[in-house]
Design a protein around this ligand. Structure first.
Ligand SMILES: NC(=O)c1ccc[n+]([C@@H]2O[C@H](COP(=O)([O-])OP(=O)(O)OC[C@H]3O[C@@H](n4cnc5c(N)ncnc54)[C@H](O)[C@@H]3O)[C@@H](O)[C@H]2O)c1
Length: 402
């Protein structure tokens, strides 16, 4: 996946009056949620037109619950207006895109309503909190696609240039037959047992813990990089601290702090997935190791600009991992950014995501990752939970397909 023209020549944000820009309409955007992801997405919406050649769009309205706070956030993040009722936003004719940055328990309701209202939808990961919700969302996305309405899930790590390059190298056969993958996503923000209760630690609001939150990213990377599907799963979940301080006293933690799984892929490859919010010292470490019979790749999100490549086809005395600095204009997305070696960061992945989504909407080309891709991950998450409940029994994933 590569970017298009590197230097936009016209401003895009609010570039033209509503409804006309050389015959093309300005796409009105609404974002729902303005905290962590709302801020990351807003930053991308604000900057994408400065670097990429994107269709005309306008940051119309930011939606939250508290009127004063959301108004402050809207002014700060470049939105023209704010609102507190996401349903009213779906009724507006000047809103064409809905960017859902709200927690998982709201994804299905908002996404389905938005698609039915004819809005293009970008939704944060995981697709939903349950398999049933994910299936309903995918049905809605399929029906909307038939009417020219696009949808995408925000697995932003697909837009890390080093991982997009890894996918290209694997697809070109540079690793030969991929035999196994090690995927780990480790964080440590829950190490302290007094760290307070949040919506992320409650099954009703989060669906699951580290599993849905970060294993979803790791599993999506396995599927993305290999272009493969999961056939069977064995998993284990664990909660190390099962009660945490809430506003009115201790509250029960009802999700996992860490999860482990082995995945069998249709190609015969095997992937191990290990995720934790209790890995002391690991802040936001997504590591991918891909081992084939002709070579291997290593990636660590904490060194986001680098890809390790071992080419086992060169004479053995020259073999060894080399570090590719993924900052050349030839690398995915990089021709839009700075001169070689002027590194980019985590927030750029959202800019790439918004750029690809806007382009897909304008050209009428269904973007990836689709809701079907999100559902495939959700099927694996559900199978891991089922396996964990059955003492790590092997669960067939095909059985979860609708
Ligand atoms: N892609 C990534 O790297 C990444 C990272 C973190 C979170 N996420 C995902 O992003 C989503 C949001 O997570 P977050 O970390 O931003 O959560 P957060 O708690 O920081 O923010 C949630 C936002 O949703 C808003 N909200 C809640 N109820 C609402 C309502 N009824 N109407 C309007 N707004 C409402 C809140 O006001 C808040 O602004 C989740 O699906 C999460 O899994 C993705």
């Amino acid at each position: 996946m590569t970017s298009s023209a590197p230097t936009p020549t016209t401003p895009h944000h609010g570039a033209s009056p509503e409804g006309s820009s050389a015959g093309k309409k300005t796409l009105g955007v609404a974002a729902i949620g303005y905290a962590f992801m709302g801020k990351a997405h807003s930053n991308a919406w604000r900057n994408v037109g400065s670097f990429f050649d994107v269709p005309a769009f306008e940051q119309k309205v930011l939606v939250g619950r508290d009127p004063e706070q959301v108004a402050r956030a809207a002014a700060r993040y470049g939105w023209s207006e704010s609102a507190t009722d996401w349903r009213s936003v779906l009724e507006r004719d000047d809103v064409h895109i809905v960017d859902i940055c709200a927690p998982g328990w709201m994804h299905a309701e908002i996404a389905i309503a938005a698609l039915e209202a004819g809005k293009h939808v970008l939704v944060e990961k995981p697709l939903a909190n349950t398999l049933a919700e994910a299936e309903a969302m995918t049905d809605a996305a399929r029906a909307a696609r038939a009417r020219g309405i696009q949808s995408m899930i925000g697995f932003n790590y697909r837009r890390v240039p080093a991982l997009a390059l890894a996918k290209e190298l694997i697809a070109e056969g540079r690793l030969g037959t991929v035999r196994h993958v090690r995927a780990a996503y480790l964080q440590d923000w829950l190490v302290d047992p007094d760290s307070p209760m949040t919506w992320r630690l409650n099954k009703e609001t989060a669906g699951s813990g580290a599993l849905g939150d970060i294993a979803s990213h790791a599993i999506d990377q396995v599927l993305f990089l290999l272009g493969d599907t999961v056939t069977e799963v064995s998993g284990r979940l664990h909660t190390f601290v099962d009660s945490r301080p809430g506003p009115d006293g201790p509250e029960q933690v009802t999700v996992d702090d860490a999860a482990w799984a082995t995945l069998t892929l249709a190609s015969g490859a095997v992937a191990s997935v290990e995720v934790s919010r209790m890995a002391t010292g690991r802040k936001n470490s997504l590591t991918m190791e891909i081992y084939g019979d002709k070579g291997s790749l290593l990636f660590d999100l904490e060194s986001i600009n680098e890809l390790g490549f071992m080419d086992a086809t060169v004479p053995v005395r020259e073999q060894g991992f080399r570090r590719i600095l993924v900052n050349e204009p030839d690398h995915p997305y990089m021709d839009a950014w700075w001169p070689q070696g002027h590194v980019i960061g985590w927030e750029h992945t959202f800019t790439h995501e918004i750029r690809d989504f806007l382009t897909a909407v304008a050209t009428g080309t269904p973007p990836t990752p689709s809701f079907e891709d999100g559902l495939a991950v959700q099927q694996v998450l559900a199978a891991i939970e089922e396996s964990a409940d059955a003492k790590s029994a092997i669960i067939q994933v095909a059985a979860h397909r609708p």
